[in-house]
Design a binder for this molecule. Sequence first.
Ligand SMILES: NC(=O)c1ccc[n+]([C@@H]2O[C@H](COP(=O)([O-])OP(=O)(O)OC[C@H]3O[C@@H](n4cnc5c(N)ncnc54)[C@H](O)[C@@H]3O)[C@@H](O)[C@H]2O)c1
Length: 358
Amino acid sequence: MVRLILDSSTGGYPVLIGSNLHRELRNVIARLDPTGAAIVTDTNARPWALKVAKAIKRAGLKTGLLAIPAGERSKSMLRLQEVLAFLERQQIDRGGCVIAVGGGTVGDLAGLAAAMWQRGVRLVAVPTTLLAMVDSSIGGKTGVNGRRSKNAIGTFWQPSAVIADLEALETLPAPAYRDAFAEVVKYAVAMDRGLFDLLQRNAPRLVERDRSMLERVVFRCVAAKALVVAKDERDRGPRAILNYGHTAGHALEAAARFRITHGRAVAFGMRVAARIAVAQGICGKRVVEAQDELLEAFGLPNRPPHADPKRVLAAISLDKKARRGKVAWVLPRRIGHAEIGRSVPGPLVRRVITRSLA
Ligand SMILES: NC(=O)c1ccc[n+]([C@@H]2O[C@H](COP(=O)([O-])OP(=O)(O)OC[C@H]3O[C@@H](n4cnc5c(N)ncnc54)[C@H](O)[C@@H]3O)[C@@H](O)[C@H]2O)c1
């Protein structure tokens, strides 16, 4: 097991990464000493939530469990109300805590409920997807979707502890597991050369879900994210580096009307960003090749997704308008280092996107 203590404006909190962490979970909860605990999960992560409930009961704490329907649609105001009503039924008072057991969907929803209930109760995150372990459980962003806009309603609310038990990844469907590697490769290319080397050397073991290797990889991703979040908790500057691959990625998702997974879209977005960087003379061709090879090794191949380049470009310019004329391109300079806030000439973006989708 590895343990990190992350800094936040509301105090430090532990992040535990390992296997069979039931005893550690019990100890963490005992240390928080809540007056009550309410577990929020979804229908697929429920078996893991039941294990968490068992561990907590052993700590002598009464707890209830709510399982929402699995899927992004649950990040809604309706479900938020349902979670808040559950916290009320459970009589969670200001000394209580919410335990989110699931992927980013559950984490974002339960996190927002925790931030709102009684003007904020403690949140313990037990991520059960690889994406939630390396990304969404860290950094304190919570939220639900508006009718037409993703993550439009939310807060920053830091957890009191994060417990990433790699055992949960055993039941994670292959597409969700594979997709998370887009974010893992993102950290490696934009921030951590050592992680990139580790991934290159051990891709087959990771594809096989080797736990000791996963422990090292999740640790490095959490450390990378924690580093930028500590500098910019409220996402006003340096945190933008985490958007590497997301400018073209989000645009592709919108253009394909979300028929492409987020991971595949981010992989596409990183390919586009690296090619733009080469064309601008910021980095060498080797970055493009090495990144392509690594994405391929994790099952994120360079097959152009079906999407109209014009739609993708339109989505990028919508983003530009929303940001008052500035698209926040994050471009790699070399493996392990990217720069933020570069503006890129429109014709170059058009050329690279059109080629990447051909
Ligand atoms: N807060 C943040 O900083 C942040 C960062 C990145 C993404 N997100 C959000 O996270 C969400 C995506 O997260 P995700 O990829 O974890 O998706 P998810 O939570 O929807 O989980 C993916 C699928 O796996 C299932 N599942 C979860 N754990 C499982 C397990 N152990 N075994 C079997 N099935 C399991 C879920 O029920 C779901 O069907 C998006 O809503 C995104 O906006 C938030």
